[in-house]
Design a protein around this ligand. Structure first.
Ligand code: AVJ
Length: 325
């Protein structure tokens, strides 16, 4: 008998109330300090997740294509080396690349656990994957990987995939904490698959975040729409412009929103009125780029042992496979 489509289980660790409170806190803190900064996770409402999906198809945005190239080349090796029965994907979004892994693991895989902050995105991706893979249990988790990795389902041989170089959107301290949290919850047979974008020519790096079609600019401005909607703020999107630049001392790309005119913005839900000077910039994202030594040192510091380092042919992007040391 053919396996049947399993009902999707959605576990919510981040309900709307908590999400709202944590956005309020981040906005209050990030907009009342200098320089102003917001954490990048607030881009990803449903619209933001869609805009990011469009970014992955842009000619300038190479990381997704490079990572897919590596996954295509190594999926078989990964399947036979790890033989996971559970695939967990952190920051899964629409899970586009995961489909490759799901196909490669089809024999042993019993359970797929996509984990994301955006509940609507997660539900859509989960339903689609459950339909495409009859017999596979899809157990989606709505959460923030900076707080909730301790709550990931246990048992079996788990492969935890953290793809897309999303780890680069965290500060070095946040990365250390996340990797240590992950390592702390891993059993000897579990493995971590970590995607990292690599340091390269500055022109190519900056172009990847300044696309000609302006999709990245829309994505960047989306955070202001989120603040307007969720916090009743009155950001005028036309009064801010997109900037993205390489910061050599930190080896990361920074995205910023530059106030085109001096202005005051009201955020009644957090009781703030925020003044921007003309030309003042609000940092909305950093996207760190890595070298092999950095990645291996960060894994080791978290108690993880690198077992494989795979790059695409152009050495633009890397996937690391690691296990508990
Ligand atoms: C979410 C890490 C894959 O930092 O490259 C894309 C997000 N920001 N363009 C990245 C992003 C601007 C992206 N990742």
């Amino acid at each position: 008998m053919a396996p049947s489509v399993q009902p999707v289980l959605v576990e919510v660790h981040l309900d709307e109330g908590e999400l709202a409170r944590s956005l309020q806190e981040d906005a209050r803190r990030g907009l009342s300090t200098t320089p102003k900064a917001l954490p990048p996770k607030w881009f990803y409402d449903e619209r933001g997740s869609r805009l990011f999906e469009r970014i992955t198809h842009l000619p300038e945005y190479y990381p997704t294509r490079r990572e897919r190239e590596i996954l295509e080349a190594r999926a078989g090796e990964l399947a036979s080396g790890v033989r996971p029965d559970t695939l967990i994907e952190l920051g899964s979004g629409f899970s586009s690349k995961t489909r490759l892994l799901l196909d490669a693991f089809a024999g042993d895989l019993r359970r797929f656990v996509p984990f994301d902050v955006s509940e609507p995105t997660l539900r859509q991706a989960s339903e689609a994957i459950a339909r495409e893979h009859p017999g596979l249990r899809v157990h989606a988790v709505v959460g923030d990987f900076q707080h909730h990795v301790g709550l990931l389902p246990r048992g079996g041989r788990r492969l935890i995939a953290f793809l897309g170089s999303t780890v680069g959107n965290l500060t070095p301290d946040e990365r250390a904490k996340l990797l240590a949290d992950l390592a702390g919850g891993m059993e000897p047979d579990d493995a971590l698959l970590l995607g990292t974008d690599l340091v390269k020519d500055v022109g190519r790096l900056e172009a990847a975040y300044n696309d000609r079609a302006g999709v990245t600019a829309e994505f960047n401005l989306n955070v202001l729409r989120v603040l307007n909607r969720e916090l009743d703020a009155d950001f005028g999107l036309e009064r801010f412009s997109h900037r993205a630049l390489w910061v050599p001392e930190r080896e990361w790309i920074e995205m910023r929103l530059r106030a085109e005119v001096s202005q005051e913005v009201r955020l009644p839900a957090v009781g703030l009125t925020v003044a921007f000077e003309e030309g003042e910039e609000l940092r909305t994202e950093m996207s760190a780029k890595f070298r092999r030594e950095d990645v291996e040192a960060e894994l080791a510091a978290a108690g993880l042992e690198p077992r494989a380092w795979w790059t695409d042919r152009a050495s633009d992007f890397a996937l690391s496979l690691a296990g508990r040391a």
